[in-house]
Design a protein around this ligand. Sequence first.
Ligand code: F6R
Length: 251
Amino acid sequence: MRIYQEADYTAMSRRAANLISAEVVRKPDCVLGLATGSTPVGTYKQLRVWNRRGDFSFKEVRSVNLDEYRGLAPTHDQSYRYFMQANFFDHIDIRPENTHVPDGLAADTDVECARYDELIRSLGYADLQLLGLGRNGHIGFNEPCGRFVKETHVVDLTQSTIDANARFFASAGDVPRQALTMGVGCIMAARRILLIASGEDKADAVYNAFCGPIDPHCPASILQLHNDVILVGDKAALSKLTANKEVSVCK
Ligand code: F6R
């Protein structure tokens, strides 16, 4: 694993954008696995600037998002499809038909989950999978539970996730209770994983993910079994991890 410890959120975002753009330059038709949430907003903003400047193009890139709330239409301003359009896709030269997000309105979620897994398989899995990290150690919406779930599936969101995401909704009561999420199978099949984390409230989750036991009660801990993980965090998020003398950070 490579760890980059950056001074703050801006530097973290720039480093993550740098690693993603390097992938796009290296392989213009790469498959990017993408995340939503607060953490990647700065990364997407930086990529938009470089793309607009003509440094590289997303024209041949294909993307697959990690997750979507169940029951929200793509036009709902809290849906993850809407988030991706507003924060990224509408501002770059990616082809709309090459962007994929699970369908939160699917009448038959089993069919939709199977379709999504097949889609990712047919694209050859992600070349680079971007991940944020839940305070409870979730990745995508793979919530802490008794086993790692391999396939795309419907998940009941935990109270911790509902509370964390309530800031985006009028009230906690408006946060959907379920989501469709890529399982750890597709995440782990990505050739490279880039996990970004910012802020002190992520310090425990970062520590548990990389220094704790591999345990589905901390879903991100499965990343310890992947052979190409890059962790980019700001000082606050990495504070507990880097206090461990055995952990070395890239210069
Ligand atoms: C969203 C996702 C989630 C978030 C996580 C952290 O697509 O996959 O796992 O990455 O909940 O969210 P923020 O960045 O808002 O702290």
